[in-house]
Design a protein around this ligand. Structure first.
Ligand code: PMM
Length: 275
């Protein structure tokens, strides 16, 4: 079944929940709540990646995330670390995180591939072209599915060359990262084409391109909270398409969607069945 990764941003400035969980105790409580809601994994991040966000010094990022990961691990909650920094990845895995989730796919920090090889943990490589302050200017594609596929293949080659086990790598299309509204949908509609059979994580939760799809009179699609039902629809379709995982704010809704897909699929008639 598709795994549900609950989002826990320990940052003062993330786009939909920034500031809410900046206090460590509140972050821990939120992580426990996500697990209680059914999240298989809580994805802890200490640096916002919303368009325009400024970088956070690595020491500050470590200071934000490590106590949270340590406490969640003690509480029996599985975690991943959302970071572009090798030093943070190492500190987080040493504190108990089991997966490194790198939105830059190893491009932001040359040391990342070697550290992940050394840690021998699973690694999520997201499609990424530039840091948040520049990414909206790097969003031109002739064929987004082919180009994202090629750029991710190059990341996989570099990671494997650095010693990361190929079966450790999960790919992510990087929805909203150097993608304008219309370039996100072909990536979702063609998961197999660009991922070439590898495990796929989909991170669509509350993003702007969903707002554009649901916008109509009476719907304030600029409000990320209004995009929740659209997010759940993407979760169901991703599960049906065989995604390895989804990264979401509302774990309960996502688990419900994944279970509905599973019940639906289990009830399908065997191939060749005829009335
Ligand atoms: N999106 C955000 C942050 N981290 N990680 C992965 N693997 N995939 C994503 O799509 C992704 C991510 C930005 O969203 P947030 O501010 O809600 O965390």
């Amino acid at each position: 079944m598709t795994l549900v990764m609950g989002i826990l941003n320990v940052t003062p400035d993330s786009f939909s929940d920034g500031g809410l969980y900046a206090e460590v105790d509140a972050a821990i409580a939120r992580g426990v709540q996500l697990a209680h809601d059914g999240a298989d994994l809580v994805d802890v991040g200490g640096e916002s990646t919303r368009p325009g966000a400024e970088r956070v010094p690595v020491e500050e990022e470590i200071r934000r995330v490590v106590p949270v990961i340590r406490a969640l691990t003690q509480a029996g909650v599985a975690t991943s670390i959302d970071t572009m920094n090798a030093a943070t990845a190492r500190a987080a895995v040493e504190a108990g995180a089991s997966i490194v989730n790198d939105v830059s796919g190893g491009l932001a920090d040359d040391a990342m591939a070697g550290v992940v090889a050394d840690l021998a943990c699973d690694y999520i490589a997201m499609h990424w072209r530039a840091h948040s302050t520049e990414m909206d200017g790097r969003d031109t594609y002739e064929d987004v599915v082919a180009e994202v596929g090629r750029e991710l293949d190059a990341r996989v080659d570099a990671l494997v060359a650095a010693g990361v086990g190929e079966d450790r790598i999960v790919l992510d299309p990087g929805l909203g990262f150097s993608k304008v509204t219309d370039t996100n949908w072909p990536l979702l509609a063609n998961l197999d084409a660009w991922s070439r059979g590898r495990r796929v994580l989909v991170g669509a939760s509350r993003k702007r391109f969903l707002g554009a799809a649901i916008a109509r009179p009476g719907v304030d699609a600029a409000d990320p909270g209004v995009r929740e039902a659209a997010t759940t629809a993407v979760t169901a379709l991703s599960a049906q398409a065989g995604a390895w995982g989804v990264r979401v704010h509302d774990a309960r809704a996502a688990v419900d969607a994944v279970r509905v897909v599973s019940a639906w699929e289990n009830a399908a008639r065997p191939e060749g069945w005829q009335a």
